[in-house]
Design a protein around this ligand. Structure first.
Ligand SMILES: O=C(O)c1cc(C(=O)O)c2c(n1)C(=O)C(=O)c1cc(C(=O)O)[nH]c1-2
Length: 564
């Protein structure tokens, strides 16, 4: 895979070489052979088991190149599969040490492809590059200390010949970090800490050269030494906008959760960042939840899109935050254009001011703990798992709508005393999540970013936890924990297809063209954060079965011909 193929991925239909179906991550395919007219005839053509004794959450998006599918499974495993037949070509198992500390299941979100390499990050915070034909290790590099709580769950990406990744570990008081490597040998090129006060570096002739302190100086928006263990992990990775030559990343919660310990905005936690891919410097930031006290990570994808306003093209970016607000930003400078709630209930803030800063409801910030007891508990919506969590939305270039997998839930949350200890959970909070409605938690929403209007919604009993795909065939695909891959009419929201994969679908579906036919693939395998952290919600989903399968679909041949 070349840099040009990566740049062209949003337009090419015969391969998928980026996470997000294009570096901007719109998850939109120009294929329309499969459409609302014929999707009811969609059939599975093969299934592939990810095997292993312990099937856990499968959150990856498959990549496809030259008839081979590359996909990751739980416990840091990679599989190469013949995309025509489902036959395994090779598999690689990272063999994790016992002490790994992922907060939220043993998931992985996919590989990056570059040259003849298949590259992914592991739960013990390594990057591993495999030969695409043999699965043999070409290079392997430890990028952070898993014993301090670091891990990698994101799919890395290659931008302008650099391999870029974000690190996880926000629940352990790590220092969030975005890093660039030489994809051919794993050599570090630059590193950008995402907590104010930490020095960034670029490598020159094998030497670390300082590249500015994140935020300019230490402790401006943090008290005392707390910035040293400030979290803000960019654990979901990011995307790249070629128009502005910016990496667009989000950052997680500040550590610890107890906000009374850290008065101030706590930059750059719960923020969106635009970085220069050449040296990792920060071009702009937008903080969605300053002084977060509810675990509203700001990692959710910031998706570039253009729209017309009074004859002018606006270079915008949209993001649906965990805190329940959808933000439209000017992606040339990070300025707030507009924001609006995308969930039914938000109680931690009364709204947004003209710059997009939340107007807090102080009664709904969990109270400070006393010396011995816990602080005042409050009931807040959304829950800490968010109006939307990691699962990527899609943007359709035809309808101009975002298709947002969201959830309606609240939590009781309180603070407790906590001290930092390397490798131990660093929360200082307790919580329990509960549904807001009897009939549903999940809501797939079609949202107009120009008006904030919800065009349609689909309600789902269990929380939605899978990625979304939009196509020119007027289709929107996503999955649910109940096990179904579903397709909707992009304009009306009518459900036009479903298929039971046998376990919850929390992966991200893809579509591509092979031998003149349009294929759809998705991973199935229930898991992720909900069953682990879900309180009352976990009870609702306790009978859902685990799994680990890749499912691949297409239309029967005669069906395609009949429609043409
Ligand atoms: O702060 C972090 O470093 C971090 C990492 C991850 C992760 O790596 O998946 C999650 C979260 N936080 C998190 O807050 C969260 O809700 C979450 C859900 C999931 C998931 O895959 O279901 N991962 C994560």
């Amino acid at each position: 895979v070349t840099d040009q193929e990566i740049l062209d991925d949003a337009k090419s239909t015969d391969q998928i070489v980026t996470n997000g179906l294009g570096l901007q991550g719109q998850r939109y395919s120009t294929l329309d052979a499969l459409n609302t007219e014929n999707v009811s005839q969609l059939r599975p053509v093969w299934g592939f088991s990810l095997g292993g004794e312990k099937q856990r959450g499968q959150e990856a998006q498959p990549l496809i190149k030259d008839g081979v599918m590359y996909v990751t499974g739980s416990y840091s495993r990679v599989f190469a599969i013949d995309a025509r037949t489902g036959k395994e070509l090779w598999q690689y198992d990272a063999r994790l040490p016992d002490g790994i500390m992922p907060c939220c299941d043993v998931i992985n979100r996919g590989v990056a492809l570059y040259d003849d390499l298949v590259i992914f990050g592991t739960l013990d915070a390594k990057l591993v590059a495999l030969n695409k034909d043999t699965g043999k290790v070409v290079w392997k590099k430890t990028v952070a200390d898993y014993k301090a709580g670091y891990s990698i769950s994101a799919a890395p990406m290659v931008v302008k010949g650099k391999l870029i990744t974000g690190l996880a570990g926000g629940e352990f008081g790590v220092v969030g970090m975005i890093q660039a490597f030489n994809p051919k040998n794993g050599e570090l090129l630059w590193t950008r800490p995402t907590v104010e006060g930490h020095m960034g570096y670029v490598m020159k002739d094998g030497k670390k050269v300082e590249n500015g302190i994140s935020g300019g100086e230490a402790g401006k928006t943090w008290p005392g030494d707390l910035w040293k263990t400030g979290g803000a992990a960019p654990w979901l990775g990011g995307y790249y906008d070629p128009d502005t030559d910016s990496l667009l990343f989000g950052t997680g919660n500040p550590s610890p959760w107890n906000s009374h310990l850290r008065p101030g905005d706590n930059l750059y936690s719960s923020s969106r960042l635009a970085l220069d891919p050449d040296d990792g410097s920060i071009k702009w930031h937008f903080q969605s939840t300053p002084h977060d006290g509810w675990d509203y990570d700001g990692v959710n994808e910031l998706i570039s899109f253009d729209y017309q306003d009074g004859g002018k093209t606006i270079k915008a970016a949209g993001t649906a935050d965990r805190n329940g607000f959808f933000y439209v930003l000017d992606r040339t400078n990070g300025k707030f254009i507009r924001g609006f709630p995308f969930v039914d209930k938000i109680t931690w803030a009364k709204g947004l001011d003209k710059d997009g800063r939340p107007i807090y409801d102080d009664a709904n910030r969990p109270g400070a703990p006393g010396d011995a007891d816990k602080g005042k508990s409050v009931t807040v919506a959304p829950s800490f798992l968010g109006g939307k969590n990691w699962m990527p939305m899609a943007y359709s270039q035809d309808t101009g709508l975002f298709y947002v997998p969201s959830n309606e839930w609240a939590m009781d949350i309180w603070n407790e005393g906590v001290a930092y200890k390397k490798g131990a959970a660093y929360l200082g909070a307790g919580f329990t999540i509960h549904p807001l409605n009897e009939e549903y938690i999940g809501v797939l929403r079609a949202i107009d970013p120009k008006t904030g209007k919800e065009v349609w919604r689909y309600k789902n009993y269990a929380p939605l936890w899978g990625g979304v795909l939009a196509t020119k065939g007027n289709l929107v695909f996503t999955g649910n924990p109940e096990g179904f891959l579903m397709a909707f009419n992009a304009k009306t929201g009518e459900k036009v297809y479903e298929f039971n994969t046998g376990s919850g679908v929390i992966g991200s579906p893809v579509t591509w063209e092979m031998d003149g036919e349009q294929y759809v693939s998705v991973l199935s395998g229930w898991g992720g954060a909900v069953p682990l952290w879900g309180g009352e919600v976990a009870k609702r989903i306790k009978d859902f079965n685990q799994g680990g399968m890749v499912w691949t679909f297409k239309l029967p041949k005669e069906q395609v011909v009949a429609k043409r």
